[in-house]
Structures are given as C-alpha cells and as structure tokens.
Design a binder for this molecule. Structure first.
Ligand code: ADP
Length: 394
C-alpha cells in the first residue's frame, strides 16, 4: 500500500464520482460512480485493479450512496482503514471571488459555498450534498474544496469585467469566473514541465462535452472562454457558447418563451445537440461521413469558433508558444485536431500526421520540429490535480 492517499469526490445532483488517488505516483487506486440518486433504481460501480463491481439498488440520497461506496471499498478494496487517506478533496465549480486556491472545509467555507449557489445554481447545491455527507461519514479526515474557478480568480480586470454597467455588475457579482480551471492549470503546468520553460505563452483547449479555452502566460491565466457561467465561449455538446444576449430578449418578446425555457434551450438543447440532434462528437462525425449536411455545417461552426478563439488569444498574449488539446474530444478526435491545425497554418503550425493519429494515454507532441508552435495532446487528470491541491493544505 502506498504511503498516503487522497479520496477525490465530484458530487453531482444525481451522481457521485470518486477516485482514490496516490498523489505521489499519480496512480488511481480505485474509482467509481454512484448514479441515478433519487431514482427508483440506482447503481454503484466500483472499479479496482481491472475488476468492476456493480451494485444495482435504489439510492435514495447522497448519504446512502456514499455509505455504500465506503462499504464497497471495504469489501473489494483497497480497505480505507489501511489506505492512509490524508484528505478528501471535493470538486466545487463556483468559488466566486472568494477563493483563489483550495480551501479547508470549515463551517465558514461551507457557508460561503452556499452563498454562491445563485452564481452556480446547477452545481454548488449538489457539491454541498457531497460535502455534507463526506464530512459526516469521514469526520476524522480533513476535507478540502478545490474550485474550478480558482485558476481564473486573478484574471486581469480587462478580461474579467464585462462592458456592463459597473454598478449593476458589482451589485449582482456579474463578471467572468471561468470554469474547468483545475484542468487548465494542470495541463498548462504539465506543458511547462515538458518544455522546461516557465515563461510560455500557452493556449489550452479543453474539449469535452463542456468545452473551454484558456490563455496562460507563465503560470497565470490571462483569458478564458467560460464566463459568469459555463455557457459562454465555445460551441459545446449541448450549449450554445457565445450568442448575442439580445437573442434572449427576442425569444421572450417574439417567441413567448420563459426564462427557464431559454435557460434549458441554451444549456441543453443547443450546441452540437441542437445543430445535429446528437451531442456526442463521435455521432456527429459518423453523420458527417454519411454526408449529413447539418453535421458538416455543425463541425464547421465548431471549428470556426475554435479558430476565432485561438486567433484572439494569440493576439491578447502577443504570440503563442504552445497549443494543447485535452479532454474527451481533444484527446481522441485526431481529425478535428488536424482540421483545426490546418486552419492555424497561418501561425506557422504544422503537424505530423502519424503522431496526430497515434492513440496514447501519455502526452504526445503532434507538431513537427519545424512548427513555430508546439502542439501537444495531453490527457487531463482533474482528480490528480484536485488530490495534489488538497494536499497543499494538509
Ligand atoms: P465531460 O467531462 O465534459 O463530460 P469528457 O471530457 O469526458 O466530457 O468528453 C466527453 C466527450 O468526448 C463525448 O461527448 C464525446 O463527444 C467525446 N469523445 C470521446 N471519445 C471520442 C472520440 N474517439 N472521438 C471523438 N469524440 C470523442
């Protein structure tokens, strides 16, 4: 058994994802998922070594779900009493202006996360449930919150402040908070280590079902595409990304839609889903190959938006040294990477087709030695990043 471990918890409204991490080696010793909490039938999937243990049963609430997870650890290993867990790390999406790094979960910090619910209505209430049950069931282990927004807390004011009336913006805390910060920080940090430089101008493309871009100079984020909420920026699986806010007025006045309907439309029924009927990029690609015009258009819209952001962020930084692809689409979709890099040829980007096509769990440099920008595919590891950040407070 390793010397010390961190249990990382990502609590959603109807699910809990977890991973037992060795923060020193980076290994995941076990991982799993509680799903369909509150439904008639739920499930707990616990993975350890190469085995997968599935329990199908109703999971009425987060407390029951987590107690079942602890039972599965005891039954199938690794036994938590022997795992030397030194911290529980909780992912929290919205940290507002309060947190620029991880925070030990005291009653006061929990109350602040609760205060931030209006700014993170889809996420913070679910995180709070996970935090509450973990603090009860594992009361002897320090618990740490790691915020998705922390890496973007120190964005330059010119990037964080919208051109909105100052008094209104300040009264309602409207500014760019960003999201996926743990991933952007981890990935840009790994690239700095790989290239042995701490002064790089970097763009990180986190392309998953949710997708965001960041511009990072040295170890500091200077821009990011998600805003007040994760709706802004790139075209995503189900989200519009950037759209003229006047579309909201128009849909209310002319379309007779309610605010809740528009919220649902923009966050769940738009993006690739709204453009093609499918949110999963693999399906969109399959449709493209069948000649489906909506899918071809959607991919062009997706690539166009990416091209705009890379150009804009290169301008903001006054140059670009490293461009990195990560998350589900970024790590797996070689065609999309090639298509974007082709659009970036004007910057001097050239990629090696063979390296780009290689599938690997390890980072792969896909640019040629002649390329003016180092292009890398680097798997993100938010759990490891959360575990390591949690440890800094122990
Ligand atoms: P999230 O954490 O935001 O849910 P992920 O980073 O896990 O998302 O990415 C999930 C997405 O990755 C899927 O919706 C799918 O579109 C995409 N994806 C996964 N594998 C592939 C692949 N081989 N080719 C293209 N897209 C893929």
């Amino acid at each position: 058994m390793t010397s010390r471990t961190v249990l990382v918890i990502n609590s959603g409204s109807s699910s809990i994802k977890y991973q037992l991490v060795d923060p020193d080696s980076g290994a995941a010793l076990a991982s799993g998922l509680v799903e369909r909490i509150g439904d008639v039938q739920g499930a707990i999937i616990h993975k350890v070594d190469d085995a997968k243990h599935v329990v199908e049963e109703p999971v009425p609430d987060h407390g029951f779900g987590l107690s079942e997870v602890l039972r599965l650890f005891d039954e199938h290993g690794p036994r938590l009493s022997e795992a030397n867990i030194v911290a529980v790390g909780h992912r929290v999406v919205q940290g507002g202006r309060f947190f620029n790094g991880p925070a030990l979960l005291t009653d006061e910090v929990v109350a602040t996360i609760e205060e931030l619910v209006p700014l993170g209505p889809l996420h913070n209430p679910a995180h709070l449930k996970g935090i509450e049950v973990a603090r009860t069931l594992m009361s002897d282990i320090p618990q740490v919150a790691v915020f998705d927004t922390a890496f973007f807390q120190d964005l330059p004011e010119e990037a964080a402040r919208y051109g909105l009336n100052r008094e209104v913006a300040d009264r309602y805390s409207i500014r760019r908070y960003g999201a996926h910060g743990t991933s952007h920080q981890y990935v840009s940090g790994e690239i700095s280590k790989r290239l042995g430089r701490d002064d790089l101008k970097q763009i990180v493309l986190h392309l998953g079902n949710g997708a965001s871009v960041s511009a990072v100079v040295g170890a500091h984020a200077v821009e990011t595409s998600m805003g007040l909420t994760p709706l802004e920026g790139l075209v995503m699986g189900g989200r519009t990304g950037d759209i003229d806010p006047a579309a909201v007025f128009h849909l209310v006045r002319v379309g007779g839609m309610s605010i809740d309907e528009i919220d649902h439309l923009f966050n769940r029924e738009s993006g690739m889903k709204g453009l093609t009927g499918e949110s999963d990029m693999r399906e969109v690609t399959r449709m493209m190959d069948e000649g489906n015009q909506d899918a071809i258009d959607a991919m062009n819209i997706y690539l166009h938006r990416l091209t705009k952001y890379v150009g804009a962020y290169t301008a903001v930084m006054g140059g670009l040294d490293a461009l990195t692809f990560t998350a589900g689409i970024g790590e797996n979709d070689a065609r999309l990477r090639a298509a974007l890099c082709e659009r970036l040829a004007y910057l001097g980007v050239t990629i090696d087709a063979e390296a780009n096509a290689r599938r690997s769990d390890e980072p792969v440099t896909i640019s040629t030695p002649e390329s003016s920008i180092v292009v890398t595919v680097l798997p993100t590891n938010e759990e490891l990043a959360i575990a390591r950040q949690a440890l800094t407070l122990i």
